[in-house]
Write a protein that binds this ligand. Structure first.
Ligand SMILES: Cc1cc2nc3c(=O)[nH]c(=O)nc-3n(C[C@H](O)[C@H](O)[C@H](O)COP(=O)(O)O)c2cc1C
Length: 352
């Protein structure tokens, strides 16, 4: 008994250390892709010098999973499990509530294994109205987690939806990774049958192919979050955490692995045109956000650019989001798109 308790404490400490490493590395190192971009630069809008709309009337709101979002933006999963991450989550949540955008918490696995850490994810009191999304690694469904653990993750934060993340590359590169993905889709399907809540499946920076999108939707998944290449590279992050030169080189080798976000978005929309898609992975300004929506995304997701502001204050998070929203609005104005539906149907986005 004592031995298994010791093992568990040690394991939880390792998970906490890993989370702290991720934050530290993302704040201090260049964790971008080396030679790969999102692909949005291959598109441009044909400027409309005579938009027949009043910019101040542009409506950026939408409904997602029965929640109203004032803007098509989701703060993507980042953290939880440590006192610092509680502060980060609180600051992100205050900004999400103020702007009424969505928020997805970081992987809750640690708090399911160590319930005393649940508070670091519990921001519902701060975001009473905003769309709040729970998060765990899909791979945990192959490692003993079942639908009851997922229900616990959802009820722990009073979530409106559950996101399962897929991160095979990261698991393969990190020294404590879980790489047995055999049968995982079947486990996602089983979970789908038992959980009524919307299920989102997301990548974390390598994108979703059209084959994977089709298989996920056949399994009953409600929404796909692209998590494409061109933004944060988990191969780079794990390379900075490497314990040996060999591992560092492996991380480096895969630093450009993945499907660029714009390409993945096209693949997913062609394979499963009818389900909502979140475009994330390297979205850094409102013009790219507008391009993503014009290519079929319902909303866009942003992670890394919000991390450093969230360490400081909710206001800094808000400032970044407000700038991106303003850019998106200007792009809509200059293409004569009065709302997100019109932007989604625009004929003014062209491939260069
Ligand atoms: C510090 C950090 C921690 C992250 N932790 C998680 C996580 O726990 N669960 C998850 O699904 N994605 C996680 N991600 C991935 C992001 O949600 C997102 O998919 C990815 O970073 C791509 O978006 P970006 O280019 O805007 O950063 C994390 C990202 C960062 C930067």
């Amino acid at each position: 008994m004592r031995n298994s308790e010791d093992r568990e404490t040690k394991f939880n400490r390792m998970t906490q250390d890993r989370k702290a490493d991720h934050i530290r590395i993302c704040l201090n190192e260049d964790v971008g892709f080396k030679n790969k971009s999102t692909g949005f630069e291959n598109y441009s809008f044909i400027h409309q010098a005579l938009p027949d709309i009043n910019m101040s009337d542009i409506d950026l709101s939408l409904n997602l999973f029965d929640k109203v979002l004032n803007y098509p933006v989701i703060i993507e999963s980042m953290t939880g499990g440590t006192e610092l991450s509680f502060q980060i989550n609180e600051n992100l949540a205050i900004a999400a509530q103020k702007l009424r955008v969505g928020m997805m918490v970081g992987s809750q696995r640690i708090s399911l294994e160590q319930p005393s850490l649940a508070y670091t994810f519990q921001v519902r009191h701060t975001v009473p109205d905003a769309l709040l999304i729970a998060n765990i690694g899909a791979i945990q469904l192959n490692n003993g987690f079942d639908y009851e653990n997922c229900l616990d993750a959802i009820s722990m934060i009073g979530a409106d939806a559950l996101a399962l993340h897929l991160n095979p590359l990261q698991e393969a590169i990190q020294y404590e990774g879980n790489t047995n993905f055999r049968g995982l889709l079947e486990n996602i399907k089983k979970l789908r049958r038992k959980i009524e809540m919307p299920i989102i499946v997301k990548e974390v920076g390598c994108g979703i192919s059209k084959e994977v999108a089709s298989r996920l939707v056949d399994a009953g998944v409600d929404c796909i979050d692209i998590g494409g290449a061109g933004g944060t590279s988990w191969a780079m992050i794990e390379s900075y955490r490497a314990k040996s030169d060999c591992q560092r080189t492996i991380g480096d080798t895969f630093s450009d692995w993945g499907i660029p976000t714009a390409e993945s978005l096209n693949m997913v929309k062609s394979a499963v045109p009818d389900i909502p898609v979140i475009a994330s992975g390297g979205i850094r300004n409102g013009v790219d956000a507008a391009k993503a929506i014009a290519l079929g995304a319902s909303v866009i997701g942003i992670a890394l650019p919000l991390l450093s502001p969230a360490l400081e204050s909710p206001l800094l998070v808000e400032n970044v989001l407000n700038r991106i929203i303003e850019e998106l609005k200007i792009a809509m104005f200059c293409t004569g798109s009065a709302n997100l539906k019109e932007l989604g149907n625009t004929k003014y986005l062209v491939k260069k």
